[in-house]
Design a protein around this ligand. Structure first.
Ligand code: K1U
Ligand code: ZN
Length: 171
């Protein structure tokens, strides 16, 4: 398993709409293994394939305290089950050190293929609902700062560029 580089804003690849995968095979499982390794290394709770530059509709997530329960969502489809919107202060590994509130449906249904390629359906609430909708947005080329005002978004991008530059210089 390999830790891959995570793209940060304003990388244009983060705007791509990811493509459905034909099915789950060993190559796709190797990609998902790398994604989980990358998510753990970055101390995130979720990751979409496009964040490591791969435009496939694949998401990994681990919401456990023990960081040993990875979950895999291939070709996910999310359907809101309520009009109730809940705010949450979101973060993103592609927008490091920036947090801001986004409102999303509080309860959703997720249909997807799992690590073994089996079709699954489940209901998500709370942080699970927030995270899967945030990751689904990545598959559509949307980053959470796109929901903020232009002023906030531009400021976030500038801060990330400065952070990435300073880390590059220190390396
Ligand atoms: O997509 C990503 O970059 C992963 C992102 C997932 C996410 C976190 C919080 C709300 C929505 C989506 C992260 O893992 S950000 C870093 C993080 O671990 C975190 C941030 C805020 C709350 C909980 C966790
Ligand atoms: Zn994100």
């Amino acid at each position: 398993m390999t830790v891959r580089a995570i793209l940060t804003v304003p990388d244009p690849r983060l705007k791509l709409v990811s493509k459905p995968v034909a099915g789950v095979d060993d190559d796709l499982r190797a990609l998902m293994d790398d994604m989980v390794e990358t998510m753990y290394d970055a101390e995130g709770i979720g990751l979409a394939a496009i964040q490591i530059g791969v435009d496939k509709r694949v998401i990994v997530m681990d919401l456990s305290d023990t960081r040993d329960r990875p979950r895999y969502f291939v070709n996910p489809v999310v359907t809101p089950l309520t009009d109730e919107l809940k705010p949450y202060s979101e973060g993103c590994l592609s927008v490091p050190e920036i947090y801001d509130e986004v409102e999303r449906p509080a309860r959703v249904k997720i249909s997807y293929l799992d690590y073994g390629g089996a079709p699954r359906e489940e209901i998500a609430e709370d942080l699970f609902a927030v995270c899967i909708q945030h990751e689904m947005d990545h598959l559509e080329g949307i980053v959470f700062i796109d929901y903020l005002s232009r002023l906030k978004r531009d400021r976030a991008v500038r801060r990330v560029q400065k952070l990435v530059k300073s880390k590059g210089e220190a390396a």
